[in-house]
Design a protein around this ligand. Structure first.
Ligand code: BJW
Ligand code: ZN
Length: 281
């Protein structure tokens, strides 16, 4: 049972002031006010396709044209978006506190562009800026954050002006006109982590290493539904290491699946771009 009102900012600020080791777990809500769609709930659709069902190796095998168009639109949206006040607040806290790490599930690159120190940022679901070869024996990876489409076939169509919730079906692009590997001519794919794929082992090792260094004082759960594993597991891992948990989300739901809301020490409901600068200053 909580001794304080979970929405009370002053008890949170008092705890933050005493906190040394802090972990933030971020999700799509962090970039929502930069204009980027989240996965679940409103805006979770792309041209009538559920965003979650496109983020799988099976979807890419079945319809690489569809999945590439989804990621091409996401690349363009991300590269032309601007980091918001929440990205800036996290970057500022990172610069002030070198014991603070941010595990982000976001692939949009907005945290680095807000000046978030790279050594304190763990993008565990990859990045829209990397493109990699799907051929088994080819290890080609390219960093590419040009706003321009990767191939002429992926150039935005006039109907793309409204990317979300339109009834427009994307055209079927022939395989040879999708992004191809300059080394082996194999099909390229986005450098993100899809369902059933493993997360980058080096990042997970670094996070585990940080976790093992000592007790955790505070876990900030920002703009994530907390439903996707293993990322969601960091909330409980922090708690087991002694951390208090603060949730910042547009909708604080009573659904126990949502980021361990039931056990949170603080619940701040609203846009994290408004709340984070206020609570982290
Ligand atoms: C705001 C806001 C504002 C809005 N301000 N807030 C253990 C148990 C059960 C299942 C599994 C398990 N271990 C593994 C699994 C399987 C699977 C999984 O988790 N499934 C669950 C769905 C049940 N996990 C995996 O497959 C992972 N791989 C893995 O574990 O490998 C080993 C293994 C394989 C198989 C079996 C066992 C082990 C890989 C997960 C990869 C996830 N990839 C994606 C796509 C990335 C590329 C891309 O961007 O397209 O990552 S899926 C998608 O979900 C994306 C996100 O990063 C991720 C999380 O979503 P997020 O960020 O929380 O977004 P939303 O939309 O869900 O929530 C937004 C929130 O913001 C909402 O709450 C809003 O209210 C809020 N909000 N505006 C504040 N302004
Ligand atoms: Zn290749």
């Amino acid at each position: 049972f909580l001794e304080h009102d979970p929405t009370d900012m002053s008890s949170f600020k008092a705890h933050l002031a005493q906190s040394k080791r802090i972990l933030a777990l971020c999700g799509a809500g962090l970039s929502a006010s930069s204009g980027l769609a989240t996965f679940r709930g409103a805006g979770g659709l792309w041209k009538t396709h559920d965003a979650m069902s496109l983020a799988t190796p099976q979807a890419f095998t079945k319809d690489p044209s569809l999945v590439w168009q989804f990621y091409s639109a996401r690349r363009q949206a991300a590269f032309s978006a601007k980091p918001n006040a929440a990205h800036h607040a996290l970057a500022a806290l990172s610069i002030k506190n070198k014991d603070f790490i941010t595990v982000t599930q976001n692939v949009d690159g907005l945290s680095p562009r807000a000046g978030h120190p790279a050594e304190q940022l763990f993008p565990v679901h990859g990045s829209l800026s990397t493109v990699k070869c799907t051929s088994v024996f080819c290890n080609y990876v390219e960093f590419n954050n040009f706003e321009m489409a990767l191939t002429p076939s992926l150039a935005p169509q006039p109907a793309d002006a409204t990317e979300v919730d339109t009834d427009v079906q994307p055209p079927n692009i022939p395989l040879e006109q999708l992004p191809r590997c300059p080394k082996c001519a194999g099909l390229l794919r986005p450098g993100v982590v899809w369902f059933s794929e493993t997360l980058p082992a080096d990042l997970l090792d670094d996070i585990d290493g940080w976790m093992e260094k000592g007790p955790v004082d505070l876990c900030l759960v920002i703009g994530t539904s907390g439903r996707v594993w293993p990322a969601a597991g960091y909330i409980d891992q922090c708690r087991l290491n002694g951390a208090k948990v603060a949730i910042v989300n547009m909708e604080i739901s009573s659904d126990p699946a949502l980021g361990g809301v039931a056990d949170a020490d603080w619940l701040f409901e609203g846009d994290c771009a408004r709340i984070l600068p206020e609570i982290l200053e």
